[in-house]
Ligand binder design. Structure first.
Ligand code: UDP
Ligand code: MG
Length: 320
């Protein structure tokens, strides 16, 4: 039986590029030996994206659309894509043509060879400025230092998973705060890497500001590491050692006692700084626990096109 590929595309205000993306994707997908569906997830776009998707879905039964009630973020869109895909493998990519559709045949080849996870590794990102590149390198350095899983620094949200891996992601990785590309890399299974060069955005502008990326990085670290929670112990030991040094110094010099103003002020500031940082770190973890506890849906589907089993509007994804 012919196998089927589901291409999940997250769309947030991409009216400028959607049609071009569709044309390029279809011209590649028509050439592969698999059947396919093009599953667009409209992440609460406020421009003309949904109308364009409607038109595409009407003209082409390969096009499926899941539309959110508001913006839930790129990761939620990919999860919705995984949930609604009906296929033997799921490929996630961006709508802005930074993930070249021309790579799809190579990905399909790897899937045919039996790889469950195919990650696309960026060799160069032509659209990112130096600030994004430096912060990205710093982020991966940090997360690799504090977590047990090794993360490929240039992995992107361009990846494909086979049916087994997709099922695990669908069922067992439903955290509210999450780092999807990290999960993809930590699943195990047979994994292949393919290199590609990220092009410049075909049109429209990037939705990831530095602020949003910072939030995303903190979440990723908190998702994958408990080490920051243990920093308190090290800070405590460090403070104790420092106290001992100051004590010995004071005892030895004696006359330093009345004139130690600077020492006291510096120590107090230093200690409080550590304390506040640690309280802040604990706050991060508590806020994540709180978000998980509330158990709100990862996304809310308002509408779908060309999808027979509709998720209940107003609900999270149905159980697979
Ligand atoms: N995106 C989304 N929801 C968001 C932000 C972005 O679905 O809240 C989509 C966007 O439409 C694009 C992809 O995620 O297809 C990547 O976004 P973008 O190109 O802005 O990020 P960058 O490539 O600059 O990191
Ligand atoms: Mg982009």
């Amino acid at each position: 039986m012919e196998r089927k590929l589901s291409v999940v595309v997250s769309v947030y205000n991409e009216e400028a590029v959607l049609e071009q993306f569709y044309r390029e994707a279809v011209s590649v997908l028509d050439g592969i030996s698999w059947d396919y569906e093009l599953l667009f997830v409209n992440d609460g776009s406020v421009d003309d994206s949904l109308r364009i998707l409607d038109r595409l879905a009407e003209a082409d039964p390969h096009v499926k659309v899941v539309s959110f009630s508001r913006n839930f973020g790129h990761e939620a869109a990919m999860i919705a894509g995984l949930d609604h895909a009906r296929a033997d493998a799921v490929l996630c990519m961006d709508a802005d043509l930074q993930h070249p559709p021309a790579c799809i045949p190579q990905i399909v080849e790897k899937l045919e060879e039996g790889y469950q996870v195919v990650t696309m590794v960026r060799t160069r990102n032509r659209s990112a400025g130096w600030l994004k590149n430096v912060t990205s390198a710093a982020f991966y350095g940090l997360i690799n230092a504090v977590s047990d899983v090794h993360f490929e620094p240039n992995a992107s949200d361009f990846f494909a998973v086979g049916e087994k891996a997709a099922a695990v992601l669908r069922k067992n990785y439903r955290e509210k705060i999450r780092f999807l590309r990290g999960y993809v890399q930590s699943l195990g299974f047979r994994r292949a890497d393919i290199e590609y060069e990220a092009g410049v955005r075909a049109a429209g502008k990037s939705k990831y500001s530095i602020g949003r990326l910072f939030r995303f990085s903190i979440n990723a670290i908190v998702c994958f590491s408990n080490l920051p929670l243990k920093l308190g112990i090290y800070a405590g030991m460090g403070a104790a050692a420092l106290g001992a040094v100051v004590l010995i110094y004071t005892l030895l010099t004696r006359k330093g006692a009345p004139s130690g103003y600077a020492t006291i002020v510096v120590l107090i500031c230093f200690m409080f700084a550590i304390l506040f940082v640690l309280v802040g770190i604990i706050g991060e973890y508590i806020s994540i626990l709180f978000t998980e506890m509330k158990d709100r849906p990862i996304y809310i589907v308002e509408d779908t096109r060309n999808i027979d089993v509709t998720g209940d509007p107003g609900c999270a994804a149905k159980e697979p």
